[in-house]
Ligand binder design. Sequence first.
Ligand code: ATP
Length: 285
Amino acid sequence: MVLFEKAPAKINLSLDVLGKRDDGFHEVEMIMTSIDLADRVELHPLDEDCIEVSADNQYVPNDERNLAYKAAFAFKNKYHINRGVRIDIEKNIPVSAGLGGGSSDAAAVLRGLNRMWSVGATLAELAELGGAIGSDVPFCIYSKTALATGHGEILRDIAPPPQCYVVLAKPNIGVSTRIIFQHVHAEELIHPNTQRIIRAMEENDFTKLCENVGNALESVTFSLFPTVQRIKEKMVRAGTTGVLMSGSGPTVVGLVEHYSKAKRIYNGLRGFCEEVYIVQLLDRR
Ligand code: ATP
């Protein structure tokens, strides 16, 4: 029986870098929530003990480097499964965009294989398994709103954002998270006030949320890719109140209360920017 899983993208409402650990990892503190822009992951059971993966995007590898492949490999290993799977991925989430597409595909594979092979693992067990594949995979297992700490794998549920529309603008460049972190100089970062953002969401206060969203990696990505800064400035000039870069970029996120305004901002950005979307939050009030 063929099985489908939706793999939604995430956006950051905050990203802070707290310091560098002895093992070289950066300690982060991030607020993330899922949006209704999603890849479609199709799982076909195979009798032979093998994993095949194919994605309809030239920037995504169709082999063991694919995070979906890694997820299937880890799952089979952990639960001693000697059957196989073919994974077909319809990519709708832009690649290397700061939207967590690869992590979400991996999470979808873990959820899907758990169903396909009736393993009965809990979401917490899948999240733990996913943490070894990528820092954002545990978040993507749940796809809600969370505060993520550690290197992104320690999660705490928090209140979802107020009802709003999200404008996404992505220039035609891919940004490697690894390279951005290599250029981080802790003393130069501007830190968002994470607690204030959490409180704004608890109070369902859209204005307060927009005033406080922020991403400490913006200065790093902006200096390497000035076009990302220009997109942010254009969104702000268009009257978007809450604007920040998602992840390590290059996608810029704008929070907008009403659809008509989101559409106006969307129209203003098209032509100026390669890919523009209006999406909604998945974790709604
Ligand atoms: P991150 O912040 O984790 O880098 P991102 O959203 O910026 O996430 P992704 O779209 O997840 O970036 O892709 C990052 C890299 O992972 C790319 O180099 C891509 O080739 C590779 N990759 C491996 N598997 C996948 C997948 N299933 N979908 C997208 N990219 C994948």
